[in-house]
Each structure stands twice: as C-alpha cells, then as structure tokens.
Design a binder for this molecule. Structure first.
Ligand SMILES: [Zn+2]
Ligand SMILES: [Zn+2]
Length: 357
C-alpha cells in the first residue's frame, strides 16, 4: 500500500510502497478514505518533535474498518469510523475520570508500518497519510452513514478541538464576549463553537482577509485584520474597553499568546489552543497577573471525551447547526500531499483534505 513518508525534517514527503504489520490484540485496521491536513502535521515536518523520521504523518483521518485484531469487540469490519489521535486507553486515571485527552498510557512501541527491515514512526498513533492504518480500536468512534467521510475526518481533530475549546475546556455562556486569534481550521471551529454557545461578540483576528470573510460565515460578529491594526486595542474597543471574557489563541506563538492574555478582561481567560514549539516560552508581568485575576488555560484536543462528545457534534452537523463542509477549501490526492502543505503554508485553505480511492 502507499503512504507518504517524511524521511528527513524540512524536506518534502515521498510516496512509498510500505506494508502494515499483523494486527496486534486490541488493534483494528482502517482503510483510510479521507485525511485532513492540519497545521500540527506541518509542525512535525519543520520542528524537532518526539516523532522521529522516517515518519508517516496525518492525524485527522476517517475511513472504514477492514479487519480487527484479537479481543476487539467495539468495532467490526465495515464500520465507518473517525480516528482519534493520541492514547485513549479507557483504563488510566484520566480516562476513568472523563479526561481522556490527558490519557497517560504510552502509544504502542511496536511498529505498525514496516518495509523489510525498515520501521516507520506513526504520528500520534494514527499516521493517516497512508491507504491503510493499524490503530487502537479504543481510538475509533463510529460515525453514521449520512455523515460525509471528509466531515468525519475533520471531526478527528479540527472540528472537535475547536468546539471542545469553547464548551469543554472553558464554558462560554450566552452573552459572553469572545475573541479568536488565528482562524485556520481549528480557529474557525472556535468561532462557530462560541457563536453556538451564544456569545454576544465573536471577534475573529487573522492576517488573511479570506479567512476573516469565512469566519463571518461561521458566526464571527467582528473581524480584525491584525496586519492593519493593533489587535489587542481593537478587541478592547469592541468589548467596552475591558477586553474579552475569553480570548482563544489558535496559532501557538509566544507573541500571539501574550496578545491573548493582554486582550482578556480582568478576571477573563486566555485559552491556548495553538500548538507551540517545546523550546519557546512566554513572559507575563507577575504583578499584573496577580492583580488582574486573569487565567491562562491550556487546551489539548478541546478537552473532549471523544466517545461522548463526537456523537453530539455529529448530531449538530446533521441538524444543520454546525458547518463542516464549508471548512474544506480543497481536496487533494495522496500524491499531492506536498501541494496540500504548500496551500496550508500560503494561508490558501481553512482545511485541505486528502481523499483516497
Ligand atoms: Zn490537528
Ligand atoms: Zn487512558
């Protein structure tokens, strides 16, 4: 089968013929049908991360279960599924207390992608830039027939992280004021999550005009192009001079995280959704942090319980309450994966999706 391999960081991916290992107990094999191209995939291309090349990227995949390994009863061949990334063991302290996104069970150490003596790393236990993957069955959430498969793929990361950020990580309430710094694939979903929760102001901040226009369709009430104006001041102007109740940072850079903190009202919360580099830090004035009563909140995977929350998001989609299709600006074949990354880098797309035969 074909897979896109990152042989060396900061180089284009190469399409290779590789094999899957035999199914381990607890694993299922999924024939991938759609895989979103997310900014955090790009992060693993450009930065040093624990996932070492040769690496199969892709963590926003969906498809059909092809086979199951020993002991698997939660899914069966033929099921349409979306694939959660990271560990979701269902047995550790965090899984047991409903904080699955903090699951501490290490990802399986055995190789799932192989070629003779070569072993390939599987990004976040998924690696969906491949025609087939072996994954933990506990990471699979079944999706109904009516849900288009590319929408199922986006539920594996972008949609879920964004919606979860507004209502699981924090609790945006009717009338709250919200600003979102960075409206790419995830940020756009923070916008629609905030609008759905009844926020009175949803201020979208970005540098790309096209993304801001799209954000309006997703429920943004005000648009701020940070290239033209001081975004922090503008957010304050739009919130009675106070700053917003919640400011979501969905880029992962020290400057914009600081902006989110500065643009939150006293007693408000800056929510860090963007994936930053592990060697970068942000500074805050200690006196101000204490006096302002502001909170700085990290957000991983929208703090969701995938098996409980994804079906709720699917119902919202099927009832026409949230948009997913409109996030997809381009579809690519696996062979065009580098083009998909170029489009992402150029800010051309909210989400590009790789579609498989
Ligand atoms: Zn992602
Ligand atoms: Zn766990």
């Amino acid at each position: 089968m074909k897979a896109a391999v990152l042989w060396e960081r900061r180089t284009p991916l190469k399409i290779e013929e590789i094999d899957l290992a035999d199914l381990e107990p607890g694993d299922a094999r999924v024939k991938i049908q759609a895989s979103g191209v997310c900014h955090s995939d790009l992060h693993h291309i450009n930065r040093e991360t624990p996932f070492k090349p040769p690496l199969i990227l892709g963590h926003e995949g969906a498809g059909v279960v092809e086979a199951v390994g020993p002991g698997v009863t939660s899914v069966q061949p033929g099921d349409r599924v979306t694939i959660m990334f990271g560990s979701k063991c269902g047995n550790c302290h965090f899984c047991n207390t409903g904080e699955d996104y903090l699951c501490t069970t290490p990802l399986p150490g055995y190789p799932r992608f192989i070629r003779k003596e070569e072993r390939f790393t599987q990004l976040l236990g998924v690696g969906s830039f491949a025609e087939y993957v072996n994954v933990s069955a506990s990471n699979l959430v079944k999706v109904p027939e009516e849900l288009p498969i590319e929408c199922a793929a986006l539920l594996a990361c972008g949609v879920t992280t964004g919606l979860g950020a507004t209502t699981s990580t924090v609790n945006v309430k009717p009338g709250d004021t919200v600003a979102v710094i960075g409206v790419g694939g995830v940020g756009m979903n923070v916008v629609q999550g905030a609008a759905l929760a009844g926020a009175s102001r949803v201020i979208a901040v970005d540098l790309v005009e096209r993304k801001l226009e799209l954000a309006q369709q997703f429920g943004a009430t005000h648009l701020v192009n940070a290239g033209d104006t001081d975004a922090v001041q503008e957010i304050k102007n739009l919130t009675h001079g106070r700053g917003a109740d919640y400011v979501f940072e969905v880029i992962g850079r020290p400057e914009t995280i600081k902006q989110a903190y500065d643009a939150a009202r006293n007693g408000g919360t800056a929510v860090v959704v963007g994936l930053g580099a592990s060697d970068e830090e942000v500074g805050f004035n200690l006196g101000e942090l204490m006096r302002s009563g502001k909170a700085i909140q990290g957000c991983f995977y929208g703090s969701v319980r995938p098996h409980a929350d994804i079906p709720r998001y699917i119902d919202l989609y099927l009832d026409g309450r949230i948009k997913i299709d409109q996030l997809i600006s381009r579809r690519f074949k696996l062979e065009q994966v580098n083009e998909a990354f170029d489009a992402l880098k150029a800010g051309e797309v909210a989400r590009g999706v790789i579609m498989y035969e």
